[in-house]
Design a binder for this molecule. Structure first.
Ligand code: ZN
Length: 129
């Protein structure tokens, strides 16, 4: 497969490749989410993104498209965080049961021990007392 052309629309690109043997063209598309995802990562919004790309003379995405992508990304981030927290809680519950750290007066209370570590100047983890 050899690269033939790129069709750009704002932050979105279609990359067209062609097979030299059977002359079939295949299209690989970039995601529209990367620019919006990056704004979330660095803590900026649509206005800053638009200003930045105007400075680079690169066409930006519309406010509606930005809002649509951001809403979907926020749902994904929230769902992922919830799944991770639930999994961590289940692991803590399992460990609390294993070590008998259960409040017998309240059978649904599991006693979870927190051990806090900090990074030393040498870059090693040390337990905080
Ligand atoms: Zn082929």
């Amino acid at each position: 497969m050899t690269f033939v052309r790129e069709v750009r629309s704002g932050f979105y690109s279609d990359f067209v490749f062609e097979c030299k043997m059977c002359v079939i063209e295949k299209k690989i598309s970039s995601t529209k989410n990367t620019a919006v995802n990056s704004t979330i990562a660095v803590g900026i919004g649509y206005t800053q993104l638009s200003e930045f790309f105007a400075g680079l003379e690169v066409p930006s995405i519309s406010a509606n498209t930005y809002q649509f992508i951001q809403t979907n990304l926020q749902k994904e981030i929230q769902n992922t965080a919830w799944i991770k927290m639930k999994k961590a809680g289940e692991e803590e519950k399992k460990l609390a049961l294993e070590y008998g750290n259960v409040d017998v007066s309240e059978p649904h209370y599991y006693i979870i021990t927190f051990i806090i570590f900090q990074c030393s100047e040498k870059g090693e983890l040390e337990k905080v007392e």
